[in-house]
Write a protein that binds this ligand. Structure first.
Ligand code: GAP
Length: 466
């Protein structure tokens, strides 16, 4: 069924709340813009995405190491990284109603080729040239201030850095800085040979002026990053390999390849030598879900300068000494979560009714299988179903006991959260030729199979459960 863009996104947002995937942050206090909470179903889907990412980027590789660095970092970190000086969004304020707007977004909305990575001067020029066409989205007046840069770092205070007049500590503007700060520790403790990689999943915070599109642009989000340390100038081929690996990973998640594309940055951010986005076609159009960046020796050189610590690598075999270059992949987990949901969301017809179904791969589904007695007032069915449930729960964890309402409604509810297998213990389970078999109802086709209870684990595992 073809749905209007806005309707599809609205339907997904409504499903997320109704079925416990995503809640607005601090909802009982009226909500906090740009912050979302992952509910019981959402955290399972999120963890499954993270698990598959960790597997692909740590376990399936020989020379990648995991890391989990602290969120707070010494204030020098963000000066060295360039974020204190150069991490900002171009902002203008409506002089009539004080609404702040992102200048690049307002220009893009009237068809001007502008983006957040353009220089302030260029954006100012474009803004001035097009001032008469730009209206405040709130009051409609054409009465904007000059463009100014709005730093995105979120300030905090901690220990020695709390008193008035002292410099602030910042929440991480990007998760990857923890990897650079620990590069020397990893070299000293793990003795890796260049090229090697470090993988980390961590939170990032940005004072986005206009958080928008649900999970797409939030003020608190999680990034899954890899930093690949390579010999200087050996970036080109390795960069292509990494781009291909990242593309293929999305395909293994089950995302339709036709909905993915690469886009090269025309305006490079301060740290990048080359940068590509992997974009997904959301209902509103293509937009970035991951950045793949060639950062050259920018980061380690900066941290070496600011810390005064030698961050060069010494090749034990040749004695060669150099600052490694870095190739980065940085994926926004909220955006990938949203892309996975958009891709899996379907409305189709089954048994003469329209149903909503999330066609998630079993590895991703929040609930792998639901187990039900056909009737909940028949103790013999309930006892047997409990036995099946306990065995599967022990094996897979992501297993749900579901004896609410009638079987048709159970199937619809499980379809909406993407449960691939609904297992029902019925009278045939208890006696006759079919004793010790159950009905397995397949989510995508509605097909019902009769499977021996002893074969259930193998049957489910045959769907590549990781
Ligand atoms: N360390 C590199 C870095 O942070 P980035 O392109 O700014 O690069 C990487 O961010 C990814 O983080 C993006 O591709 C996006 O998926 C995610 N991301 C960035 N800003 C975000 C925001 N405000 N809300 C949600 N996700 C965001």
């Amino acid at each position: 069924m073809v749905m209007e863009t806005k309707d599809t996104m609205d339907a997904i947002i409504s499903l997320c709340k109704r079925r416990g995937f995503i809640f607005q942050g601090s909802e009982i206090y009226g909500g906090l813009a740009g912050v979302y909470d992952f509910g019981p179903r959402g955290v399972e889907l999120l963890n499954n995405i993270k698990r598959l990412w960790w597997k692909a980027n740590v376990y399936d590789k020989e020379n990648y190491f995991g890391l989990d660095s602290g969120m707070f970092k010494h204030p020098r970190t963000w000066e060295a990284s360039g974020h204190v000086g150069g991490f900002s969004d171009p902002l203008a304020e409506c002089r009539t109603c004080n609404t702040r707007v992102r200048v690049d977004k307002e220009l893009a909305a009237i068809g001007i080729n502008a983006d957040e990575k353009m220089s302030e001067q260029k954006l100012n020029e474009l803004f001035d040239e097009n001032r008469d066409k730009l209206k405040c989205p709130k009051c409609g007046e054409k009465n904007f201030s000059q463009v100014r840069s709005f730093n995105l770092l979120v300030k905090s205070n901690l220990g020695d850095f709390t008193s008035e007049g002292n410099e602030p500590v910042y929440l991480p503007g990007e998760a990857c800085q923890g990897i650079y700060l620990n590069y020397k520790n990893i070299v000293n403790s793990m003795s890796p040979k260049v090229p090697f990689g470090v993988a980390q999943i961590g939170k990032a915070f940005r004072n986005e002026i206009s958080p928008r599109n649900f999970l797409f642009r939030t003020r608190e989000f999680e990034q899954a990053d890899t930093q690949y340390f390579i010999r200087p100038h050996e970036n080109k081929d390795a960069f292509e390999v990494i781009k291909k690996e990242r593309w293929n990973w999305y395909v293994t998640l089950g995302i339709q390849e036709s909905k993915l594309r690469f886009k090269q940055h025309e305006n490079l951010v301060f740290y990048a030598k080359d940068a590509w986005d992997i974009e997904y076609e959301f209902p509103s159009g293509f937009d970035e879900i991951e950045g793949v960046h060639d950062r050259s020796d920018y980061d380690l050189t900066q941290h070496q300068t600011f810390s005064g610590i030698d961050l060069s690598y010494i090749d034990q075999e040749t004695g060669e000494k150099y600052i490694p270059w870095i190739l980065e992949t940085s994926m926004g987990l909220g955006r990938v979560f949203l892309a996975v949901l958009c891709d899996a969301y379907h409305e189709d017809e089954m048994d003469g009714e329209t149903r909503v179904v999330l066609k998630l791969k079993p590895e991703l589904a929040p609930v792998l299988c639901a187990v039900s007695p056909l009737l909940k007032n028949k103790p013999e069915l309930v006892a047997k179903a409990r036995e099946v449930y306990a065995a599967l729960k022990k094996e897979f964890g992501r297993v749900m006991w579901d004896d609410n309402s009638n079987i048709g409604k159970r199937y619809r509810r499980q379809d909406e959260i993407g449960t691939p297998f609904c297992i029902t213990v019925d009278f045939e389970t208890l006696e006759g030729d079919t004793k010790d078999t159950v009905t397995v109802r397949m989510r995508d086709t509605g097909q019902q199979l009769r499977i021996k209870t002893n074969d259930l684990v193998d049957f489910i595992n045959s769907y590549e459960i990781l």
